[in-house]
Design a binder for this molecule. Structure first.
Ligand SMILES: Nc1nc2c(c(=O)[nH]1)N[C@H]1C(S)=C(S)[C@@H](COP(=O)(O)O)O[C@H]1N2
Ligand SMILES: [Mo]
Length: 555
C-alpha cells in the first residue's frame, strides 16, 4: 500500500519551478511562521497520528473489556512504563506527586504517547510504509506489555491486535484526506477567495474525519473503561470475600497422590490452570448483594437463598475432579480442585420435591442451563452449591459467586456457573442448553486413562523411560491402569494413592525402552470392575471413549 504518487503533496520529485509545499508555504506572505506551521500539512499529519493512536488504544481497551480483565492494554502499558522508568525518576515522581504518582504516571505516559503519535502521523504522511511500521510497532509494544503480565494468556493479545488494525485503518483514512489537499497554499485565505469551494471542502473533510475518529475513540475508550471498572469492582469484592470455615472439612489427602512419573500434571489443579469451558462471551459480573437462588417448580415449598444464607449454612469441603464432555481421548479438559459449598441435598430438603419430579434444571445468570438427575443431587455424593475453590472465592471465570459442582457428571449437565435458578422438573418436560443442541440429556463421566508423559511423538533416550498420567471414573473410582507397548501384553501400572472415588487418580509405569518407534496405549478399570471400553466414540453426544494410543521414538 503506497499513496498514489499523483496525490503526493510534498515529494522530492517536485521540479525546479514547482516548489515543494513546505517551500511554498514558507514563501507565503502575511502569516507568521508559527501560525503557518500550525495550519500546515505537518501539523495536520501530526493530528492524524494522534487520532490514529487514540483509535489503537481505545479500540484495544474496549475489546479488552471483554477479555480477562487482568491486563487491559492501557493498564498493562502503564505497568510496563513503570518497569522502564529509571529509579531516580520514580523517586522523583513519588517525592513530587506523592499519592498522585499514579496520575503523574498516566500523564507522563500520555504525553509520551502524544509526542510519538505526532511523529507517527508526520512520518506516515511522508512515507506511508513507515506509518504502517509505526502503527505495527505500537501494537507490538502493547502486546508485549500485555502478555508479559502475570497470569495472562496469549489470547489476551487479541484486543491489541484488533486495536492495531483499527488504528491502521484510521490513519490511512485521515492521511488520505491530507493527500487529497494537493495544492496546499490554496488554503490560504487570499487564494481561497479565488477558488472558495475546493480547498475549504478538503480541509473541512479532514477536520470532519478527524473529529469523527476522535469522537469514536472517546466513546470506545469510555465504554471500555466503564465495562472494565464494573468488572474490577466485582474482582475487588471477590478478593475481599472472607470464606467461612466448613462444618465438614475435606478428608485428608494421602501423601502419595501425585504420579511418580516426572512431568505429570499436579494432582491438585491450581485455579489459574483449571480448564475453562462456557458459552459466556464476557464473564458475567454478579454482585453478591444482588445474588439470589430461586428453587421452584415441582416443590412443596418455593425457596429463595441469599448469598448470606449460603455463608450461614453448614458448608462442606470436598476434592472433586470436573470433566468436560467435549474432552477428546487424551485431552486436558479436566481438573481437580477443593470445593467449598452448601450441599444441594440440604437445599432440596427445604423445598421438598414433589412425587414425579426426576430432574433439576439449573440456570445461570447468562442463560446457560443444565439438566441433572434429581436423585444425584439428593444422594451422599456431596453435590454442592460451591462458593470456594482451592481456598479462595470462586474465580470470576469459574462461576463467582456461586456454581454447581456435582461429582460423577460431565460439566454440561451439572456444573452450572453463575447459577441463579434451580427448577425441579422432569426430563420429559424440559431440555437443557446443550440437549437442545443435539447433546444427550444425561452425562455420567466415562472411565478414562490419560497418558501425559512422554508426549505424543516425543523422542526419548533408550533405557528407563517413565510413563505416567491421570485416570478418572468419578463416583466409581479407579482400581487399575494398564499399559501396552506395541502389541505386547497389557501390564499393570503403579497407581498413586487414591484420595476418594470422586477425584482422579494418577499412575506411573517404568518402561525399558529399546531404540525405534513404539506405540504406547493405556486403559483404566473402574471400581465396578469394568475395563475402559476400546470402542471409539466422538465427544458428541455423551462423551468420547476409546483407548489413547501414542507414538514415541526411542533413540
Ligand atoms: N453458566 C455456565 N456454566 C457452565 C457452562 C456454561 O457454558 N455456562 N459450561 C459447563 C461446562 S460444559 C463445563 S465442562 C463446566 C466447566 O467448568 P469450568 O469452566 O469451571 O472448568 O462448566 C459448566 N458450567
Ligand atoms: Mo463441558
Amino acid at each position: 500500500m503506497d499513496k498514489p504518487s499523483t496525490q503526493t503533496p510534498a515529494t522530492e520529485e517536485s521540479s525546479a519551478e514547482e516548489l515543494s509545499i513546505e517551500e511554498r508555504a514558507r514563501k507565503r506572505p502575511g502569516k507568521r511562521p508559527a501560525a503557518r506551521w500550525l495550519s500546515g500539512p505537518t501539523a495536520l499529519a501530526a493530528l492524524a497520528g494522534v487520532a490514529a493512536a487514540a483509535v489503537v488504544l481505545s479500540v484495544a481497551e474496549l475489546v479488552g473489556a471483554f477479555f480477562t480483565a487482568r491486563a487491559t492494554p492501557v493498564i498493562a502499558l502503564g505497568s510496563t512504563f513503570i518497569d522502564f522508568t529509571p529509579p531516580w525518576m520514580k523517586d522523583f515522581a513519588i517525592a513530587t506527586f506523592g499519592t498522585n504518582d499514579k496520575l503523574a504516571l498516566f500523564v507522563g505516559m500520555g504525553v509520551t504517547i502524544l509526542l510519538l503519535a505526532c511523529v507517527l502521523g508526520i512520518v506516515a504522511y511522508r512515507k506511508w510504509a513507515l506509518g504502517v511500521a509505526g502503527v505495527l510497532l505500537m501494537g507490538a509494544v502493547i502486546v508485549a506489555s500485555v502478555v508479559t503480565r502475570a497470569s495472562v494468556k496469549p489470547l489476551d493479545a487479541i484486543p491489541t491486535l484488533i486495536g492495531t488494525v483499527a488504528g491502521l485503518i484510521a490513519l490511512r483514512f485521515l492521511i488520505t484526506r491530507l493527500w487529497r489537499m494537493q495544492e496546499w497554499p490554496e488554503m490560504d485565505a487570499d487564494l481561497a477567495a479565488k477558488d472558495p469551494e475546493r480547498p475549504a471542502t478538503s480541509r473541512r473533510a479532514f477536520f470532519a474525519a478527524t473529529g469523527i475518529t476522535a469522537a469514536a475513540s472517546a466513546i470506545a475508550a469510555t465504554g471500555g473503561r466503564m465495562l472494565s471498572s464494573a468488572r474490577s469492582n466485582i474482582a475487588q469484592a471477590r478478593e475481599s470475600l472472607q470464606l467461612p470455615a466448613p462444618a465438614k472439612s475435606a478428608p485428608a489427602v494421602p501423601a502419595g497422590v501425585q504420579s511418580k512419573a516426572p512431568g505429570v500434571t499436579p494432582w491438585l489443579t491450581p485455579n489459574n490452570d483449571f480448564y475453562r469451558i462456557d458459552t459466556a462471551l464476557s464473564v458475567p459480573e454478579v454482585n453478591v448483594q444482588d445474588w439470589e437462588l430461586r428453587i421452584h417448580g415441582l416443590v412443596e415449598q418455593e425457596v429463595r437463598l441469599s448469598f448470606q444464607d449460603l455463608l450461614d449454612a453448614d458448608l462442606i469441603e470436598s476434592h472433586v475432579s470436573l470433566t468436560c464432555v467435549s474432552n477428546p481421548v487424551g485431552g486436558n479438559l479436566a481438573g481437580n480442585a477443593k470445593w467449598l459449598g452448601m450441599p444441594i441435598r440440604d437445599v432440596l430438603k427445604m423445598a421438598r420435591p414433589k412425587e414425579g419430579a426426576d430432574m433439576v434444571l439449573s440456570t445461570s445468570i447468562d442463560g446457560f442451563s443444565a439438566s441433572t438427575p434429581l436423585e444425584v443431587l439428593q444422594d451422599d455424593r456431596d453435590a454442592m452449591l460451591a462458593i470456594g475453590m482451592n481456598g479462595e472465592a470462586l474465580p470470576l471465570e469459574h462461576g463467582y459467586p456461586v456454581r454447581m459442582v456435582v461429582p460423577g457428571l460431565y460439566g454440561f449437565v451439572s456444573a452450572t456457573k453463575w447459577v441463579v435458578d434451580l427448577e425441579v422438573t422432569r426430563f420429559a418436560d424440559s431440555k437443557a442448553y446443550w440437549t437442545q443442541r443435539g447433546w444427550s440429556e444425561r452425562g455420567p463421566i466415562k472411565t478414562m486413562a490419560r497418558v501425559e508423559v512422554p508426549k505424543s511423538f516425543a523422542r526419548v533416550p533408550a533405557g528407563r523411560v517413565a510413563i505416567g498420567g491421570t485416570a478418572w471414573a468419578q463416583t466409581r473410582g479407579i482400581t487399575k491402569v494398564e499399559v501396552q507397548i506395541d502389541n505386547g501384553p497389557w501390564t499393570e501400572a503403579t497407581l498413586s494413592d487414591e484420595a476418594s472415588l470422586i477425584t482422579w487418580r494418577q499412575w506411573s509405569f517404568d518402561w525399558d525402552a529399546t531404540p525405534g518407534p513404539h506405540y504406547i496405549k493405556a486403559r483404566a478399570t473402574d471400581g465396578t470392575g469394568e475395563v475402559q471400553t476400546d470402542k471409539r466414540a466422538d465427544p458428541v453426544p455423551d462423551g468420547a471413549s476409546g483407548w489413547q494410543s501414542l507414538m514415541v521414538t526411542v533413540e
